[in-house]
Design a protein around this ligand. Sequence first.
Ligand SMILES: *Cc1c(COP(=O)(O)O)cnc(C)c1O
Length: 405
Amino acid sequence: MRVDFSPPYIDQSVVDQVVDTLKSGWITTGNKVKLLESEIKSYTGSQSVLCVNSWTSGAIMMLRWLGLKPGDEVIIPAYTYAATALAVMHAGGIPVMVDICDDFNISLTEIRNAITPKTKAIIPVDVAGLPCDYKEIMQLVNESEVKAKFIPTSKIQEQLNRILVLIDAAHSFGGKYNDKNIGVDADLTIFSLHAVKNLTTAEGGAICINMPLPFDNSNLYEELRSMSMNCQSKDAYAKSIAGCWKYDIVGFGMKINMPDVNAAIGLAQLRKFMKLLSKRKKISNHYQESFSKYKWAILPTQYDAVKESAYHVFPLRIKDITEVQRDEIISEISKLDIATNVHYIPLPMFSFFKESGYDISNYPNSYKNFACEISLPIYPQLTEEEVDFVIKSVKESYEKVVLNR
Ligand SMILES: *Cc1c(COP(=O)(O)O)cnc(C)c1O
């Protein structure tokens, strides 16, 4: 039985939305994007939502908007996808990597220890879909001693007058915090709408804008929307009207807008998102129940008193195995035609970051979690039979590799 890792959910409603867009005569940024933004806004309760062509480009733009100067620092976890660090570097900042906790998410203590007068932003990552401790992180950046340390290097930073918190919610669309959908709990929350994520537009990102006063989130939306389209004073649609050819370039923008063809995919998916999310949850519960029988299985946190996962990844860990044994188990599982993954290879283990001076020995918890982790398939199309096959295969592969059975 072949089991894929994370194929996109494409049903007739998705096909219909895309075809409708293709036939409408308008395929790039237009009404479908506006609709998707407004539906994500209702879903999350966010004050403004701007769709762009990826999480990465959205994060780069927001950090450029924040106005990083050479030497400015942004705190991120060492345990994340490379884009979190690369976005900081593309915006001219230095990623300051810190270690994680047992639930895979960034450690609050490590954040506190890493703050310097150069810290301009923190990017907590909701690994596997589990929301970080948003409230504690927001409280930390608002502490008077932490604010007293803050030295603004741009007008936006001056207005904010503290460290910005940008949530990397690439995994957590559909996650909950205090019984509410996430997206509103920090200054900025960016979702990835890449093909493998909970909600997709093939490639895409959605920026939830919830800046505190004196910022006006509706004005900010207009400003950032323009910034995502080269800071051109008229968008392609306004310019396409006969006689409306004149425009101005009013700032230093990027070209990262989302096309309507892409928005159409997300729109159709979002309209049945409750169903898609509950299927993920059901699969996650099934894994939890089945693996809880085995002493060697370390099960991921799915929820606690304040938060609930978006069930994007099922990060199974295996007790007392080495990285080599983990790799062997994955290889055994793959022989059975099941695709698994590892979330994540800690950034300091990649050549590029090693050469930039990061050293994995400074991140013992990241390494420990990485070395024994296997991400199992979890997505709405997965059948119960396939889930059972995955469970059986993991168990047999473990026994073969570790117990030599
Ligand atoms: C997928 C992912 C990204 C990048 O998203 P793109 O939309 O592909 O740019 C960033 N951070 C994390 C944690 C991710 O999993």
